[in-house]
Write a protein that binds this ligand. Sequence first.
Ligand SMILES: Cc1ncc(COP(=O)(O)O)c(C=O)c1O
Length: 475
Amino acid sequence: MRDDRQNADPLEIAAHRARAFLASLPGRPIAPAADAPALRARLATALPDGPSAPAAVIAELAEALEPGLLASAAPRFFGWVIGGTLPAAIAADWLTSAWDQNGAAYALSPAAAVAEEVAGAWLKEIFGLPAEASFALVSGCQMAHVTALAAARHHLLAARGIDVERTGLHEAPRFRILLAETRHESLLRAIRLLGFGLDSITLLRCSEAGSLEPAALAEALAEDGRPSILCLQAGELNTGAFDPFIPAIALARAAGAWVHVDGAFGLWAGASGRFRPLLAGVEGADSWACDGHKWLNLPQDCGFAFTAHPASHRAAFAQTTGYALLAEDTRRALDWNPEWSRRARAFVVLAALRSLGRRGLAGLVEQSCTACARLATGIAALPGAALVAAPIINQALVRFRDPAGRDDDARTEAVAAAVREEGEAWFGTALWRGRRVMRISVVNWRTDLVQAERAVAAVARALARLDRGAAREPG
Ligand SMILES: Cc1ncc(COP(=O)(O)O)c(C=O)c1O
């Protein structure tokens, strides 16, 4: 075996192990088998002095790492909005690594540059965004927020005669940033990184479902002279709620505010005619952020930023130093991105979109939403369970009553933990409106009604186990 590994092709070993892992996903326990001490025992060896054969390294590393993998790509994983990976996307990702193209500019990879142009155009078409919108392929929605809000910072300050790229924020007025009370935390980090500061945030009241109330918005947007950014949501993390784009954008326009949309997963709903109406008016915003590694089922990490103001977007990122990158008439990715050297992310985007096609993408979105609805009703019908938020798209919330009348939050946490422990399915919990809930997020291409039924049965077994355990508890 050792000798084989000395001479074997590491790519063959990687392909073999990857195929075995992917084939195991529908049946393997979702929770990792090893904890941190067990993984350290396997991995924290002394730094090797000398080289090892690549094939042996890959075989040994895979053996050491696999017990610590969370099978988040499995069809009954409903934890964070993570998704799996489409077969074509995985294959394209392997090629992307093998080709090792630097996506910074056309001179570094004509293939990456042109693939990125096409990816940008296709994505705008899917999301219904203006064809002339600028875009960037970044690591995820977090960096998409940073990219879009850097464009906003330039735009709003240039309108006040301030060149923020030159002077920084030293001559700038304080910003006012309006966020839903249910906003995703990644927006807060973007606000910190861009120097606006958390004190610039005003949190806005939301409806029971988690979308903005236009009345609260109108009040908050009252003119106060500050450069203002309003962040809307297409798909609230817990309930999947959509903000009312048409009235909210009209109010923001009247107040001169920049409107940014966090559509990390919800923008993909636009691919389905059934859900498209939820996005009515979203195209009127100034910028949008979305993820490829969520509902498009791309491998980590791929996100997208778009802006309706290409000049401001480019001004925030363009490099005008005399770095020799050859004269080009194509889009220089590095002028639109926070990174310089960059993985050629467009290859996986094109692979996924070509493999699904328009109809396949709509089908994926609708299948996830149907599975989420089945999970929500199936779990809510179990003893002591209640539906807290019915799915609008692919997200739902449930909660469990403690039969002994003790703490329902603890019961909800215990049910989710018991499901995870069994390994058949995986749910996380969240705090929603001050109460602990179990969150159901469905974005995996493998999750259909059969998988949903299996997960409902897993929750039923967890409840029965908890009740049996309670019945055995002394006095
Ligand atoms: C609504 C929303 N916004 C932003 C993010 C952050 O995305 P990423 O992890 O790709 O940076 C997430 C991730 O779950 C999200 O659900």
